[in-house]
Design a protein around this ligand. Structure first.
Ligand code: PLP
Length: 448
């Protein structure tokens, strides 16, 4: 049983990420005590299906003993090694090599971080360095997409386009620009794929002109599927079209795969779905299946060589104490083995069942849109399907939907705009997926 004192201690001392501090104090924490497969158990002993894999990160599921053993072995042998001073550790080197071998195109160079936000932050530093090295320091403007999320670091939060991450924090900076999202369900040009792609290209072109021409633009950032914006799936060909346009203008194209990497949409990296080879790519979350913190920035041969040659014998002054942490790297190597030994394949199978089941809910009076790919999905609730009228925020705040699903034994993400998000572990069985679907239907019926 959860003692009241734990709730009190949390209330008094633990500052939670992205939370209403006062709201949380009032509600009190829900403590998760353990997990196995796709299931978590709370401190009161209630079992729930985790339809969101923690924070879309526990891709391998809970209780994977080989991940625990990899961490234990590495901790016993060498719990820490720095990458500074020309030093390194075997798991970090092997993981970098394994990732480079599997990454699209010539993304052959890997810089390890602690998570996604510092991976995005690192790309900004690498890109600025790159353009200085190319003799084009005026390429210092960055473009990303409305509803996009690129983390919560001081600088990277300005590439993020969710208002909660801006208000009161002094971002975005004036060199951080946005173009509208491809969001098919509410796109002013409708849901036709060609029209959406044309509109995104036109918006990018117009933004580049507004900024002062392509020679001012350093980079364009895109998530293969916009996650935190509400699981917004671009039409097939959208990434490729945007990447090609950037390349034709000499603008670096960055794929932020922090959510979509490591089997979330099917393959190891979602940009391969569209045949895209970005100039830089960010990952985290599934890299270690959330068991230990780690992120990674992938750099193309050309980006890496330009930075390396410009620096010459001087240090490229970017790095962290915990870059390439050996314990995280050992877990990453084992996670990669698990993905390739069956988890990716199971995720594809389970994802098809999940998507089919969610599409079957389309006839529910509240379900306006169903979207997703693989084990990344969402349903968008509306009160009027014809007019696509969102749920009134005051009457049905996302917290209530989350709570109702929780009471039904299901963890989902309830976005503020009436969107229910799904990112279950790739190890889900048919029964797990069916439980997610049945509990979703029950939650919807109770929301009517
Ligand atoms: N980029 C994307 C696309 C993300 O979804 C996230 C987190 O959800 C981040 C970056 C930031 O990652 P982290 O929370 O590990 O710092």
């Amino acid at each position: 049983m959860l003692s009241n004192s734990l709730i009190e201690l949390d209330r008094a001392h633990l500052v939670h990420p992205v939370a209403s501090y006062r709201g949380h104090e009032k509600a009190g924490v829900r403590v998760i005590a353990s997990g196995a497969g796709a299931t978590i158990t709370d401190a009161a002993g209630r079992r729930l299906v985790d339809g969101f894999a923690g924070l879309w990160c526990v891709n391998a599921g809970y209780g994977q003993q080989s991940l625990v053993e990899a961490a234990t072995r590495q901790m016993q042998e060498l719990p820490y090694a720095t990458g500074y001073f020309g030093l390194g550790s075997e798991p970090a080197i092997r993981l970098a090599a394994a990732l480079a071998e599997r990454a699209p195109g010539d993304l052959n160079h890997v810089f390890f971080t602690l998570g996604g936000s510092d991976a995005v932050d690192s790309t900004i530093r690498f890109i600025r360095y790159y353009w200085q090295a190319k003799g084009q320091p005026q390429r210092d403007q960055f473009i990303s997409i409305e509803q996009g999320y690129h983390g919560s670091s001081t600088v990277g939060a300005g590439l993020t386009a969710l208002p909660a991450f801006h208000a009161g924090f002094g971002v975005p900076f004036d060199w951080q620009h946005k173009i509208p999202s491809h969001y098919a369900y509410r796109n002013p040009v409708g849901d036709d794929a060609d029209a959406i792609i044309a509109a995104s290209l036109a918006a990018l072109d117009a933004k580049i002109v507004e900024i002062g021409g392509p020679e001012r633009v350093a980079a364009f950032y895109a998530e293969p599927i916009q996650g935190s914006g509400g699981v917004l799936v671009p039409p097939d060909g959208w990434m490729k079209a945007m990447c090609d346009r950037c390349r034709s203008l000499g603008i670096l194209f960055i794929a932020d795969e922090v959510i979509t990497g490591f089997g979330r949409t099917g393959p190891l990296f979602a940009c391969t779905d569209d045949g895209v080879v970005p100039d830089l790519m960010t990952t985290a979350k599934g890299l270690t299946s959330g068991y230990v913190p780690m992120g990674a920035v992938f750099l193309s041969d050309a980006v890496y060589a330009t930075i390396a040659d410009a620096a010459g014998t001087a240090a490229v002054g970017h790095g962290y104490t915990y870059s390439a942490h050996p314990v995280s790297a050992a877990v990453g190597l084992e996670a990669l083995r698990l993905y390739e030994d069956g988890l990716l394949a199971n995720g594809v199978k389970a994802g098809a069942r999940l998507m089919a089941g969610l599409h079957a809910l389309r006839d529910h009076p509240l379900v306006g849109d169903v979207r997703g790919r693989g084990m990344l999905a969402a349903i968008e609730l509306v009160v009027d399907k014809e007019r696509k009228t969102p749920l009134p925020a005051a009457a049905e705040p996302s917290r209530r939907i989350f709570d109702r699903a929780w009471d039904n034994g299901l963890v989902i993400r309830a976005f503020t705009n009436g969107v229910m998000g799904y990112a279950p572990p790739l190890c889900c069985t048919d029964d797990d997926i069916d439980a997610i679907l049945e509990r979703t239907a029950r939650t919807l019926d109770q929301t009517l």
